[in-house]
Design a protein around this ligand. Sequence first.
Ligand code: SAH
Length: 331
Amino acid sequence: MNTHPAIQKLIDDISVENILTLLELEDFSPVFDYADRINHFHHGKYIDIRAIVEFSNYCRRKCKYCGLNATNSSAKRYRMTEEEVIQTAIHARKAGYLTAVLQSGEDAYFTVEKLGFIVKEIKKQVDMFITLSCGEKSFEELAYLKDCGADRYLLKHETADTSLYGNLHPCGTLAARTQCLRDIKKLGYDAGSGFMIGLPTQTLHTIAEDLFLLYDLQCDMAGIGPFIPHPETELRDCSAGNTELTKKAVAIARILLPKANLPATTSLGVLDTKQKNNIFSCGANVIMRKVTPPEYVQLYDIYPTAIKVNNIEEERQELETTIRSLGKIPR
Ligand code: SAH
């Protein structure tokens, strides 16, 4: 089969300009098809399912798009106990999940000693991959957590535009964020980055830079999802990100990082369930499911969703059925 000339040009010379050319294509279907073929070559028909445990919504940071930001005084804060986190992950393993993603705001209560203890206990009791997603950490802290058995670390770069990053993150810099990602990679974790589509002032050129950064970091995982305005944030009146553009970005990420794990992000599903399923036919190979206990799940309010978690086993079954109905194999 002939490869579209713009795709071939990108493969021969990976650059921001060549990524931008693809994003601007009027007929994007050759890119979707190509991404689907590469995905199939590397991942077959498998869709890998991850369980996500949102264990604390305390956060010291003030990211302007996020409902957990420290200035949101209307957020009701919660912390799961260490034992609750451990038991939830074990429960998810027994329901069939092979990976637990432990995610939180940047909560100083959860020191690396506490996080390390949680990782070690889960690993002692069940055979399960552990992904951490708890914000920026020092090289030493990341090294310690790796020694405790953490397999993967997820820290989205959010936007590769230095000044937009600065505007949205009063508590951090893009340089510190990417350094942390490079540390994660250097320590031998599976490194996960990602970014949002539709942030205010973002252009197609910014998205091309975002995609190039994923390639430059040689990410093992990349979550690309639409921005969703949260009513208790400064960005409440901005519009949500475009789901078609999100799909295009995922397809290009698949071309740049053929073997990477690319999730159909939760935020995509919030805006458009059809697009979320559809994305498995143009590059995505992973899906995450919340297994956060019901008393906390509504409080982990990064952006507005109607997602409920009732029964871990039933939800897993339902998800497997949906995946099979798409002609894919849940794993
Ligand atoms: N504290 C952790 C986890 C952050 S929350 C960390 O810093 O990595 C997980 C992800 O949710 C963020 O990385 C961000 O990309 C996404 N997110 C936050 N607010 C959002 C919003 N309003 N719309 C869409 N995605 C959002």
